[in-house]
Design a protein around this ligand. Sequence first.
Ligand code: KIV
Length: 270
Amino acid sequence: MSVHVQNTRMTTTHIRQMKGVEKISMLTSYDFTLARLADESGVEMLLVGDSASNIVCGNQYTLPITLDEMIFLSKGVVRAAQHALVVTDMPFGSYQVNDDEAVRNAIRILKESGADAVKLEGGQEIANAIRRMVKAGVPVCGHLGLTPQSVNQFGGYGLRAKEEAEAEKLIADAKLLDEAGCFCIVLEKIPAALAERVTKAVSCPTIGIGAGAGTDGQVLVLHDMLGLNEGFKPKFLRQFAHLAEQIHQAVGSYVAAVKDSSFPSIEESY
Ligand code: KIV
């Protein structure tokens, strides 16, 4: 049985129904053109990740990107999505101050960008804000494990929850997010065995990145899986294409053709 039906706009209900039935695919997206290609290729969820801070803006961390910038990027992705559910990351600082502000900002994202859902990082400390967002009609995707907005606390991007105490805390947090009404939870860079335990412990689907094959779905950063970031090759990343090479070749050929005046040709001129 397949829950994912091409030509149908995905909803959070479809995503929930896919748990245990069909694996869920999610990719990041930050602009209309690549979002349209990903959407046409059948991905079920497009994540306007705050990794846009790195990928689009060239920052070292995800922390600098603002709510206005996330809304701006989301609008293009929403215009492209005919099939995929669009999830927008709540950026650092937009939900940590208090629950009222968190709910207000989550509503702003849906209202101004047209995204279908928001994602935020954390467990017990944000469970109440999530409960209130869901009550207000905002679908929420959780995010546990390596949470890049806390890079200054963790001191890097290493594997999380290797020790049993942190693993137990992560499972407890996942249960809280599930009870708070999250329609899915991203699990980033944790041991595969722990991701399987979490997946069995919650009723909503889990979406893994660097969390092994036992989750209900997978997410990757689109630019990374397309091989656009040549230097970035963590163990969990499979490059499904090597577009950096092709772009270097194409741009190099263009520069050479301009220099030797073979571009534009008569046929390419008016
Ligand atoms: O911002 C992002 O790209 C993410 C994914 C890594 C899940 O949160």
